[in-house]
Design a protein around this ligand. Structure first.
Ligand SMILES: [Zn+2]
Length: 65
């Protein structure tokens, strides 16, 4: 499936909150893991993800269906 380039709300994989992808980009609250972009509501969530990305990436994929 093609990935849409439009800015959309994405789910913070750490806390489950919705994060504005555009705003997250502006303030640097985003990261890429395994070819996918993840956005975060706050710096602690970004740091938690970076500390153990595999754990959160898996959680996120399971709940995104
Ligand atoms: Zn969060």
């Amino acid at each position: 499936m093609p990935y849409e380039a439009e800015p959309i709300d994405e789910t913070d994989p750490v806390c489950g909150m919705e994060a504005d992808a555009d705003q997250a980009h502006d303030v640097g609250l985003e990261t890429e893991y395994s070819g996918r972009r993840y956005v975060f509501c706050s710096e602690p969530c970004l740091e938690a993800f970076n500390a153990d990305p595999a754990r959160y990436a898996q959680l996120e994929e399971r709940s995104a269906i």
